[in-house]
Write a protein that binds this ligand. Structure first.
Ligand code: HEC
Ligand code: HEC
Ligand code: HEC
Ligand code: HEC
Ligand code: HEC
Ligand code: HEC
Ligand code: HEC
Length: 509
């Protein structure tokens, strides 16, 4: 660490534990905004990710996961934590855990690096149960899965300055994620202005929190010709199209549902733009748990002193009107109902019929087509996507959905030109490469198929199916040694593959 940073932190009374989570960038603000930096650095957002260092994480004694029949354990390594797995004599090994995601309020997921990619650990730490268990989503697998590549979206919500090319990032949510580029403000010692969300128009203001707290039913990247990404001060709806069901009750409570829910509350509907996340939440600090109820109840009273509760005008408002419910997206966790219901015994109407834009008039037919395909309604998606692809032959997202749709319908002849068009525009599109390779091999164009599979594996080396296809093609060309090498490579990433192991034994007697 830079010595100046260490001195600054010491002078602020920040202990060693916080040093590991404070961005160098945020520490630069401490010179003039010391109180904000101090309180912010203790929040869940500031601590939502970081490099794994030994000592700060709970180890796990060996335990058997009955679903995958794998014995896992977590031990301390000099620089990190070590995930160990064992499923019989052949399938055993370790992965050094490099990054954690999650402040630990609910739990923590862990990431490891292999072949220039980050992968999610199959086990996570769950705070409520105080134990390691299968990571969310992994419980649906019957085999050990070590090949789940981490989506850039995870890191865009849980870290700062993520660069997928170098796999570098800064831990936690930095000041700049809400205040935008601070370079001018810093170099002029605070004279040049910097974004204050409070001073932005309502939709630009709300976009800042929405970039991470609003997923809706479907979130679709807008079609653009440049590679611009959302920055504070802009409208999120210029970058992402956000869809929710037309019947609000159907939008279940989950990790990132706070926006949808709040939008349906009477408080928000009647108050309008004046009510926002920061009406109740201080973005720079969290109330201590024992003071949380009185902290939030005071916010209700700020508005409801005039129109008091019929039932309990001095009671614990949030206990009755913002109950906690079990979330769907991250197991073992609970989320506060931001629809602020009058009573909790509402019968939910689970009968959604159409998707609507969360921010009215901000989405196109093309966006809607992609949203329908995300929720699996191909009949609704297809005509919209066909029109979109015709209007914009460079829109790889529409082309890609359309191609996969045709592929699933058994119309490879229709899918093929789309895959070719996508790869011309985006040679790193692994899905297009993998699927086009299958079409090529069926047409007897083995060399072309092999080249496509190789290029897809460069993007993500842990695609077992793709590598097995490649191995088979090499084998059929008579190249036994190369085929065996590919299978060995597949097993390195994905050791729980009995058929790959059998094939390897046949190739290498
Ligand atoms: C050298 C001192 C200095 C540093 C370093 C500094 N600021 Fe400031 N900042 C100021 C001053 C001075 C103001 C104006 C204060 C006022 O008007 O109350 C200000 C105002 C702000 C405002 C409010 C702007 C507005 O229009 O209301 C924000 C937000 C802010 N700073 C964020 C940051 C962030 C984030 C960092 C670190 C990346 C940072 N500042 C670093 C001095 C500094
Ligand atoms: C759209 C933004 C977004 C994406 C994408 C996202 N998360 Fe989150 N995640 C959140 C938010 C917001 C919370 C906190 C929700 C809350 O406290 O209600 C959260 C909570 C968590 C937690 C619990 C943290 C704790 O202890 O409070 C973990 C672990 C986690 N996410 C891991 C992941 C992983 C792994 C991925 C990728 C597979 C991911 N998240 C993708 C926004 C996101
Ligand atoms: C999660 C988003 C978020 C993060 C992260 C964040 N801020 Fe802010 N900040 C806000 C919002 C929202 C406001 C306006 C608050 C309001 O409405 O009163 C604000 C206001 C400010 C102001 C204006 C004075 C004030 O208290 O209102 C300063 C200065 C500031 N932030 C500095 C920082 C610094 C320094 C950091 C990093 C340590 C930081 N902020 C991190 C959202 C954030
Ligand atoms: C860059 C992404 C990002 C932005 C921007 C962001 N958040 Fe968060 N927020 C998160 C993540 C991730 C978590 C989960 C932290 C954890 O527990 O690991 C979180 C957690 C929270 C929590 C729960 C804290 C707790 O006590 O558990 C609140 C409240 C919150 N955010 C409010 C806001 C508000 C208000 C804004 C806008 C001013 C905002 N956030 C902007 C990503 C973000
Ligand atoms: C920014 C002001 C504001 C804040 C803050 C606020 N409310 Fe409201 N709330 C309103 C308004 C306005 C209405 C609509 C009153 C009406 O129908 O005339 C309302 C309505 C309600 C209703 C009636 C809902 C229904 O469906 O009939 C409840 C319950 C309620 N609020 C509870 C709360 C609680 C609990 C909090 C704190 C967690 C809170 N409010 C915070 C402004 C606010
Ligand atoms: C009317 C007050 C109010 C408003 C407005 C509000 N929240 Fe909350 N929020 C709460 C309360 C109360 C809790 C529960 C706090 C606790 O139990 O300590 C909470 C908890 C949270 C949490 C922690 C996870 C959970 O669900 O318990 C997140 C994340 C969060 N809010 C995000 C947001 C975002 C994003 C917005 C804006 C879309 C927002 N909140 C607007 C009152 C509010
Ligand atoms: C013991 C549970 C409980 C507590 C505590 C409670 N409420 Fe209520 N509140 C209710 C119920 C139930 C109703 C609906 C009463 C009805 O419809 O006759 C209600 C109704 C309301 C209404 C609608 C009033 C109207 O005229 O339509 C508001 C606003 C409200 N509560 C706000 C609050 C606020 C603010 C607090 C905290 C000071 C609070 N409540 C505390 C249970 C509670």
């Amino acid at each position: 660490m830079h010595p100046d940073l260490a001195t600054t932190l010491k002078s602020l009374g920040l202990g060693l534990l916080l040093v590991t989570t404070l961005n160098a960038q945020d520490a630069a603000c401490a010179r003039c905004h010391a109180d904000i930096v101090r309180t912010y650095s203790t929040t869940a957002m500031a601590r939502t990710s970081g490099k794994v260092t030994p000592g700060n994480h709970a180890p796990a004694k060996p335990f058997l996961d009955p679903t995958t029949q794998t014995t896992f354990s977590i031990t301390q390594a000099p620089q990190s934590l070590l995930l160990q797995f064992e499923k019989g004599p052949d399938i055993t090994g370790t992965r050094p855990l490099e990054w954690f995601l999650g402040s630990g309020r609910v739990g923590r997921s862990y990431l490891f690096r292999m072949g220039g990619r980050l992968f999610q650990s199959p086990i996570s730490y769950y705070s409520t149960a105080s134990q390691w268990q299968l990571s969310p989503g992994f419980d649906r697998r019957t085999s050990l899965d070590l090949t789940r590549a981490v989506e850039p979206s995870c890191l865009n919500c849980h870290a700062s300055n993520y660069n997928p090319a170098t796999l570098t990032m800064n831990p936690g949510i930095s000041c700049e994620r809400c205040h935008g580029d601070a370079r001018q403000h810093l170099s002029t010692l605070g004279k040049a202005s910097i974004i204050n969300p409070k001073k932005l128009p309502p939709q630009e203001r709300d976009s800042i929190c929405a970039q991470c707290h609003l997923t809706g039913v479907a979130r679709v990247a807008k079609f653009r010709t440049d590679n611009a990404t959302y920055m504070p001060g802009k409208k999120l709806s210029d970058f992402s199209a956000l869809f929710v069901w037309d019947q609000p009750e159907s939008n279940t409570i989950g990790v990132t549902s706070h926006f949808e829910k709040l939008a349906t509350s009477r408080c928000k509907i009647i108050t309008g733009d004046a009510l926002t996340c920061t009406t109740c939440h201080d973005p720079h600090s969290e109330p201590q748990p024992q003071k949380a109820a009185s902290f939030f109840n005071q916010k209700c009273q700020n508005c409801h002193a005039q129109k008091p509760c019929l039932q309990s005008p001095q009671g614990d408002c949030i206990a009755c009107h913002m109950p906690k419910s079990t979330g769907g997206s991250v197991d073992h966790s609970s989320y506060t109902n931001h629809s602020i219901p009058r009573t909790t015994n509402i019968t939910p109407q689970i009968n959604p019929t159409s998707l609507v834009s969360f921010w009215p008039n901000t989405t196109s037919e093309r966006d809607l087509g992609l949203a329908w395909s995300i929720v699996g309604k191909t009949d609704q998606a297809q005509p919209l996507l066909e029109a979109a692809a015709k209007a914009n032959p460079n829109d790889t997202a529409s082309l890609s959905q359309l191609a996969q749709l045709h592929d699933r319908q058994g119309r490879e002849d229709l899918a093929q030109p789309f895959y070719e068009a996508i790869l011309k525009k985006d040679p790193n599109n692994a899905t297009a490469a993998t699927n086009l390779a299958v079409i090529r091999i069926k047409a007897g164009l083995t060399d072309e198929a092999i080249a496509l599979w190789r290029s897809a594996l460069k993007v993500n080396p842990a695609q077992t199916g793709t590598r097995m296809n490649l191995a088979q093609a090499l084998f059929r060309q008579g190249n036994k040694a190369a085929a065996a090498a590919e299978i060995e490579q597949a097993l390195k990433y994905d050791p729980d593959q009995p058929s790959a192991r059998r094939l390897l034994n046949q190739l290498r007697p």
